[in-house]
Each structure stands twice: as C-alpha cells, then as structure tokens.
Design a protein around this ligand. Sequence first.
Ligand SMILES: [Zn+2]
Length: 327
Amino acid sequence: MTQLTRRGLLAGTAAVTAATAIGPLAATPLRAATPLAGKQAAGFYRYKVGAYEITAIYDGEWVRDLNEQYVPNAPIAEVQKVLAEGFLPAGKTRTPITTLAVNTGSKLVLLDTGTGGRLGGATGSWSDNFAAAGFNPAQVDTIVISHFHPDHIGGLRTKDEQLVFPNAEVMVPAPEWAFWMDDARMNAAPEAGRGVFMNARRVFGSIAGKISRFDPGKEVAPGIVTVAAPGHTPGHTAFIITSGSASLLTVVDSVNHPAVWVRNPDWHFFFDTDRALGVQTRKQLLDRAAADKLPVTAYHWPFPALGQVTKEGSSYRLHPVAYSHTL
Ligand SMILES: [Zn+2]
C-alpha cells in the first residue's frame, strides 16, 4: 500500500513540475488565472413539507457590536463565553435574516418580507435571491406578517416607497396592528422607541384599508396556522405549516441566534417588548418542537435556518439540517 506523506507529495509535485518543464507541454501557453468570483452563490434553499414546497430566501446578515444590552439579564462575560463556544466573533452580534416562500401548489404565500434594503450592512439581498429562486413579485398571492419590526415588513416597499407585490393580499396579526398603530401609545413612547411605530405607518399607512387583520390561531392560508407567540412584540406570531402528515414550526423571532438562546432559553433578548413573556413563549415553542420532533425554522438562525431541536435538561440543542440536493 502506498503511504502518502506531505513530504512525498511535495517531492512528487516537484518531479512532475520538472518533467513538465522539459517535456512537450513546456511549449503550451500558460492558461490565464481563473478570475475570483468575489461573491457568494444565490441565497435560497428548497425543502418539502408534505406536498408543499418551501423556499428559504436569504436577505443577509445584520452585524452589530456586542454590548451589555444584547442579553440584559446575563453578564457580558457569560455571553462572550457562549459566543466563543459557538465559534462566533466575540465582539459582534450576528443576526442572519431568512424569510419563507410557501408554494402550496395553488398559492404562493410569503411569511414576512425581509428588510427592503433599509437595514444597511450586509442585508438587502432578498430581491436578488427571490429572483434567483425563480419567482417574481407578481406571483405572490398572500403575504402573512409575523410582527411589525422593520426587518420583517420592510420588503413590502422599494427604497422609493413603491409597493413591491401588486397582487398580494397582506395579512397582519390583529394585536400587532392594535399596538403599533395606536397613536397615543406612539406619542407616549420615548423618542428612541418611536422608530418602529413610525416605520409601520410608512409601510402600511396608505394601504391600511386593504390589509386583513387576523387573530392568532387562525388558518391564514391552506395548511398555514398562526400561533400566538407574544413577548418579542405584543402580537408576535409563529406559524405551523402542515401538508399531509408533515408539519414545520416556524418560531420566527421567539428564538434569536441559536448559539445564544437555544442554549440559554432563560436569557432575555434586548429587542423583546416583554422579556419575561418572551422567555415563556420561547420555551413553549421549543418544548413543542422537541416533544413532537417537529422540524423548526426561525427568522434569525444561520441560513437555511432549519433543523430539529432536542431538550437537554433546562437547555435545548439545535441540530441544523444537512444540505440536500434533492427535495
Ligand atoms: Zn426579526
């Protein structure tokens, strides 16, 4: 049996190079260097839930400096330790963004719309990835919004305020509308807390009469059932997508980066409006996923943001999906 060693390989390479240099190939012109691609492949990933075809569409990643506020109820040294254990950069918080397109065979349904390119940084690639997946905005029948944070509703409009989806019915959680569209609440909010209220008016204001509001628990499209998941925001909504005997749970923003909040479900999240309720909802959803062995997706998990969850004592573990080249 031939033993390959690095020294042997290098010696072999040198021998081949020398042979090539003096052989007939020496007269062959050198090939030009292959240009560097300089960019990633298109960010979409397909999988099936029963007969439904799901396409995860990537919008990019929001990267911020880590500070004490990211996990308000844990010492920053603990957070840094967890990030290091996940091989994540210690001084940064990473928030990938992935939306879902659900093709039921008769309807194309979007769950949330991405940032619309308004969050800056390495976000805003949703439209390119949606097109690369073979879709165009006119094909979308229904858009279901989970909650009103800008990274979820921003994609309803272009940067110059045009509506992106000409044929889509837009459905939003009724309690979310009641909270963010309440002028008295907006005016009572501290200056720094008014951005989400104002952004919701910018996005929805001129189309308010056309927007359907649903109560949590409602089936908003065939096989897509909404689940009340308050805490992140008052009307924050999760989804269960079912086709035949298969189901998928999307926890949306109830479980942010898995290295932090799947491992430490009791940790608070800065952007939750009610952090204690956020913890309660997070655990309920993860318990359900673990007990029922449901595949789970989330809006801010590393792409394609899909896996299975198991329970380990008071913690959980995410088992991310392995890439499959078949559906
Ligand atoms: Zn979000």
